[in-house]
Design a protein around this ligand. Structure first.
Ligand SMILES: Cc1cc2nc3c(=O)[nH]c(=O)nc-3n(C[C@H](O)[C@H](O)[C@H](O)COP(=O)(O)OP(=O)(O)OC[C@H]3O[C@@H](n4cnc5c(N)ncnc54)[C@H](O)[C@@H]3O)c2cc1C
Length: 460
């Protein structure tokens, strides 16, 4: 979409539809410009979509997120490409050429009415990334207890997903793996299942780009001292969000994975891989103290006779009303904060033993826990480096986007026309990610305004 007078495109590409990318998209689209929003997951919302409630207000994350995702999904000036990735970018400010690859969902989304019959009929319970590959105890017909995944081989991310369209995970689908089943096809009332679907490529021309690619968590498997992902009742903090969430796999009922029992002693371990220059990342992941306090409070609201322990190095609660939130966790919900680093986590019978030292008393501490929640270091999203190479934008030694100037140009890159927002720059909470989304949108709007006002969509 080129501007007739000067040849610049006034269309904007945003990569990543988490809360930062969505905020930027809405601000730009509401100002009259066209946005191309590309998201790798089947639905938008990013990690906020996985959360239970949010600190420090304890708002239901889905309830405050859904109006935004619906606005983005319905906006006439936002072209949304989910389940898609950027394959190629060339050009310069005002005239970038972008090639987007839409992955095959094996479902014709134009026909699909999101009735859910396919997911219900699918016989394959699988561990899904959205639920952090959680497996939960299930009593089988034989009476044996087995751990099974919380999703299906054909799935939508959540009941509130936007767009609410299913995809087939071919790694687990019996038809793709063994050539038989096709149950989803049989029950689909509109014939939307398409096992032959191929990827599609879309070419777009844009004048500016916002990178809002967000974060991931350092994998538990790399944290040997915490059971290295081998103990089912040692989970990471996003998995705990899913267990606490009313729209999660247990409908918000507290259950531990190994046997489905209500956990009575739960331990949170901070700084797992963060602030650890020798084995992990030297930086602080910034939000773990807050979300652990939140999770411990929510746990106590569900299990009144339960005990919550948080092992921490020091409490970092620098945000509006954050310190008060920590105090509330301590005083009202009686969460026990233990200042000390954990040295070892191991299984003993049906307990998970946590060994550490209370550095305030100098005494060793041992907790026989039912469930352990790890706060791993936040790390950049997997595709960040690839995108950086494509664009010639810098990342630091850990892979976080590098700002043009950390003090005075924190949302710009050294590449003219390429801007940054959200947790892809470094760990941050939702309010900061939203502010950066709006900030980057402001930067883009001031650039576009130099090329004239918004084009009339009818004339494009
Ligand atoms: C356990 C836990 C609990 C939390 N609780 C809270 C809380 O209570 N309150 C709070 O304020 N904050 C909380 N947070 C932090 C919150 O998750 C982040 O602040 C927020 O998600 C950042 O939004 P974002 O859009 O920058 O990134 P993300 O949410 O990470 O979104 C980035 C999006 O970009 C997509 N993407 C990445 N790379 C590509 C690519 N190459 N191509 C296309 N798409 C791509 C991703 O799929 C994702 O959808 C919590 C974090 C954790 C880990």
């Amino acid at each position: 979409m080129a501007d007739a007078e000067n040849g610049y495109s006034k269309q904007v590409l945003i990569v990543g539809a988490g809360i930062a990318g969505m905020q930027a998209a809405l601000d730009i689209a509401n100002s009259g410009y066209q946005v191309v929003l590309v998201e790798q997951w089947p639905s938008i919302g990013g990690h906020m979509h996985q959360l239970s409630e949010t600190f420090p207000t304890l708002d239901c994350a889905q309830c405050i997120l859904t109006p935004r995702t619906v606005d983005v999904g319905r906006h006439e000036r936002i072209a949304l490409y989910t389940y898609s990735e950027i394959e190629e970018i060339s050009g310069t400010v005002g005239d970038f050429r972008v090639r987007i690859r839409r992955k095959p969902a094996y479902v014709n989304w134009d026909l699909c009415t999101a009735c859910g019959a396919c997911t219900e009929a699918c016989p394959q319970a699988i561990p899904v990334a959205f639920d952090r590959e959680l497996e939960l105890a299930k009593v089988m017909a034989s009476g044996k207890v087995r751990l099974v995944g919380t999703g299906k081989a054909i799935y939508t991310l959540s009941p509130q997903a936007v767009p609410k369209k299913p995809v087939i995970d071919v790694r687990y689908c019996t038809y793709f793996q063994k050539g038989k089943c096709r149950l989803c096809e049989k029950v689909c009332p509109v014939g939307a299942i398409d096992y032959e679907q191929q990827p599609k490529w879309i070419e777009e021309r844009v004048g500016a780009i916002i990178l809002a690619t967000g974060y991931e968590l350092y994998p538990l498997e790399k944290l040997g001292e915490y059971g290295a992902g081998q103990i089912p009742d040692v989970i990471d903090a996003l998995a705990m969000e899913r267990l606490l969430s009313a729209s999660g796999p247990t409908a918000g009922v507290m259950r531990r994975p190994s046997d489905g029992k209500e956990p009575k002693e739960v331990v949170w371990i901070q700084c797992a891989g963060s602030r650890d220059p020798e084995q992990g990342m030297p930086y602080c992941s910034k939000i773990c103290c807050m979300y652990s306090a939140k999770q411990a409070m929510l746990y106590k609201h569900k299990v009144h006779d339960g005990q919550a322990y948080i092992f921490y190095i020091d409490i970092r609660s620098a945000g509006k009303r954050y310190e008060e939130f920590i105090q509330r966790a301590m005083e009202e919900d009686r969460v026990l904060f233990v200042r000390g680093k954990v040295s070892k986590v191991f299984r003993e019978g049906d307990k998970v033993m946590v060994w550490g030292v209370d550095t305030l008393t100098g005494l060793p501490v041992e907790v026989a826990a039912d469930l352990v929640v790890i706060s791993p270091a936040m790390i950049p999203s997997e595709g960040t480096r690839k995108l950086a190479t494509m664009l010639g934008v810098e990342v630091d030694e850990f892979g976080w986007w590098t700002e043009r100037d950390g003090n005075l140009a924190p949302l710009e890159t050294k590449q003219p026309g390429v801007f940054l927002a959200g947790a892809g720059i470094g760990p941050k909470d939702i309010p900061e990610a939203v502010s950066q989304g709006s900030g980057a949108a402001g930067k883009v709007l001031s650039l576009l305004s130099r090329w004239g006002g918004p084009s009339d969509p009818a004339s494009e």
